[in-house]
Design a protein around this ligand. Structure first.
Ligand SMILES: [Zn+2]
Length: 289
């Protein structure tokens, strides 16, 4: 299904009102950071109409996500509504599920829509007050801006860039383990970009800080929104001529070199298949230059 963010509509009140009245418009419901998912085969994002939700939608934060196959598509944060998950309309449609757990079961376009809705409703919940003067903010431009009632400052949704680097030397790559990971899981080195840094500087710094290696041939591969709560993962490959790993004890439990053969034999548990980290390792296994 085609999806258009339709940013032009955010500043057209008449068009917005028409979309809100249109019985064909759909909502992507959220409740306490969970997305409504119809657990069929395959699982799908459960979409409802505003009319179907009735008064349950009153007073809930609403954001225009865009046009889905030409129909208005809104995120609706049901957090203020009491006993929401048991409402018959919602229970019929699906179950509120953690996208981190079910993202891999959804078609890519459904996972993308759920991620968008989750990230922007999370931003609204955590930006109720102005960071400059402390007064209450209000939603504007179909939910894509919050305006301060005190100083009129405009606040925009934020995305936190995070670099992820697969470091290789010949037939081996470096994977590391954080204490909070599930048992046996190792992943690609990663860290947040700091103010004033390029992505390349952040990638080289993270590798140096986390395992003590210097890298060359940094190359951007691809990115992935990671709305837990507001990251954008930016994937790189890099090479090193160094061997000794010195894991940062404050952040990592272990770091190790793994050969393609060891990875194929399941020497460690990898992150879930839909994650960028998994993609980077799989790409290395397939020896894509
Ligand atoms: Zn203010």
């Amino acid at each position: 299904m085609s999806f258009d963010r339709a940013a032009r509509l955010r500043t057209r009140p008449d068009d917005l009102a028409a979309l809100e009245r249109d019985p064909r418009s759909v909502v992507v419901p959220l409740w306490r950071n969970r997305n409504l998912v119809a657990h069929g085969r395959p699982a799908r994002a459960a979409l409802l109409t505003l009319a179907a939700l009735g008064e349950l939608a009153d007073g809930c934060e609403r954001v225009l996500l865009g046009l889905l196959a030409g129909r208005g598509c809104f995120a609706l944060d049901l957090a203020p509504a009491d006993a929401t998950p048991s409402h018959p309309r919602l229970a019929e449609a699906g179950a509120f599920s953690d996208l981190r757990m079910v993202g891999g079961l959804l078609p890519a376009e459904d996972a993308g829509l759920c991620a968008y809705a989750r990230a922007i409703t999370h931003w609204h919940r955590h930006h109720r007050h102005c960071g400059t003067c402390g007064a209450a903010t209000r939603s504007a431009e179909a939910g894509h801006v919050r305006v301060c009632g005190g100083c009129e400052r405009r606040h925009f949704p934020r995305t936190d860039p995070c670099v992820m680097v697969l470091v290789t030397r010949g037939d081996r790559c470096v994977l590391a383990r954080q204490p909070a990971f599930p048992p046996g899981m190792y992943s690609v080195l990663a860290g947040f970009v700091e103010p004033g840094e390029t992505l390349e500087e952040a990638a080289a710094r993270e590798v140096r800080e986390e395992v003590g290696l210097g890298v060359t041939d940094l190359a951007y591969l691809r990115s992935q929104p990671w709305p837990f709560p507001a990251s954008l993962m930016i994937g790189f490959a890099a090479r090193t001529e160094e061997e000794a790993l010195t894991p940062d004890a404050g952040e990592l439990e272990d770091a190790r070199w793994l050969s393609r053969d060891e990875l194929r034999r399941g020497a460690v548990v990898l992150p879930p298949p839909y994650s960028l980290a998994n993609h980077l390792v799989t790409r290395f296994l397939e020896d894509i230059p």
